[in-house]
Design a protein around this ligand. Structure first.
Ligand code: SF4
Length: 340
């Protein structure tokens, strides 16, 4: 059976045409898939039964419910999905007053191997389809105001499906999320960053973690192939008429990247740009003796950046009690990605 979720409007118009069905039903069908999150065509009540019967002979909606969830004392909830190909992936819902953010995965596992990340240590299962990426938003029992591709996997390593999913998130026939409500986080896969800039209007976050290439390479091996300087250069040169938000994520580790030397280099790199800095606490992974920087150190870093004209914020830690750092629910339950 072929899935409908992950298709765009022109795909569905062509599909209906090929089935001898009026292509005018395409928008209505996508409304039920992307806005109502139906699992079965039987739930549709405004498309003729004859059309639904034709569809159900060879197609399924492709939307699935999570197989497991864990609730944090702070209200955030982590969900585990198991895709049709057995690819386990996690999604975290983070309520914060009127704002409600969902952190979605782009892959089952990850092959970037970042040292501080549980997902990287648990292997790689495979790329998620655009339908599986979109499903993580559509199939949650919550209202969602913001979408971040910051869960398991590197979006830049699955860029075709990520681009499709971004289009579905923002299109009026899709989820119709405002373009400023969708953020893609990347270690800086340069060719994929170029495509994100050219083909979407989403916000982009670069995981930096050290402003020194040789130090960054130790924790983010992808630095050797795609130097962060290339991504920073692309973001700085981009003609940002639509005021897209570009951010650097900086996980702060005591004694490793929170010194005055690091601060000075961050200022040198980012002063005079419109790139913001998000300072994040470190969640230690098993077997790692590194610790998060103290809150006072993070606040000083932020203060110093802000007084240098760089927009900076300290992000609070969420869901530590439910292993909210990516990949940890799958690791905890033993549901590791299957290695192919
Ligand atoms: S931090 Fe992101 S890119 Fe790095 S291993 Fe983890 S999931 Fe992959």
């Amino acid at each position: 059976m072929t899935t409908i979720a992950g298709s765009d409007l022109s795909d569905i118009e062509a599909l209906l045409g090929s089935l001898g069905v009026d292509a005018g039903y395409a928008r209505r069908l996508l409304y039920w898939i992307y806005r109502r999150g139906i699992k079965s065509f039987d739930e549709i009540n405004d498309i003729p039964a004859k059309v639904l019967h034709i569809l159900s002979e060879n197609y399924v909606t492709g939307l699935i419910s999570p197989v497991m969830s864990e609730v944090s004392v702070d209200g955030s909830i982590k969900y585990l999905f198991s895709g049709s190909r057995g690819l386990n992936h996690e999604t975290v819902w983070l309520p914060d007053g009127k704002r409600s953010t969902v952190c979605v995965s782009a892959q089952s596992g990850c092959r970037m191997g970042c040292r501080f990340c549980a997902t990287g240590r648990n292997g790689w299962g495979g790329n998620l389809t655009a339908g599986e990426i979109v499903n993580q938003v559509v199939s949650l029992p919550h209202v969602v105001t913001h979408i971040v591709l910051m869960g398991m996997g590197e979006p830049g390593d699955n860029i075709d499906e990520v681009l499709k999913a971004c289009r579905i998130f923002t299109a009026e026939w899709g989820l119709a999320a405002g373009r400023s409500k969708v953020t893609v986080s990347t270690v800086g896969v340069t060719p994929s960053v170029m495509r994100l800039l050219d083909e979407t209007e989403c916000n982009i976050t670069l995981s930096l973690h050290s402003p020194f290439p040789e130090e960054r390479r130790e924790v983010i091996p992808a630095e050797a192939r795609w130097p962060f300087a290339e991504t920073l250069d692309l973001l700085m040169r981009y003609e940002n008429r639509r005021k897209r938000r570009f951010t650097v994520a900086y996980v702060m580790i005591e004694g490793r990247n929170d010194t005055g030397r690091h601060l000075d280099e961050m200022k040198r790199l980012l002063s005079g740009t419109a790139i913001r800095v998000n300072l994040l606490p470190y969640h230690p992974v098993a077997g790692d003796d590194a610790r998060s920087s103290e809150n006072s150190v993070m606040m000083r870093f932020k203060h110093e950046l802000v007084t240098s004209g760089i927009s900076a914020s300290v992000r609070k830690s969420r869901g530590g009690d439910i292993y909210a750092a990516c990949g940890m629910l799958a690791a905890k339950t033993g549901k590791k990605p299957e290695i192919h």
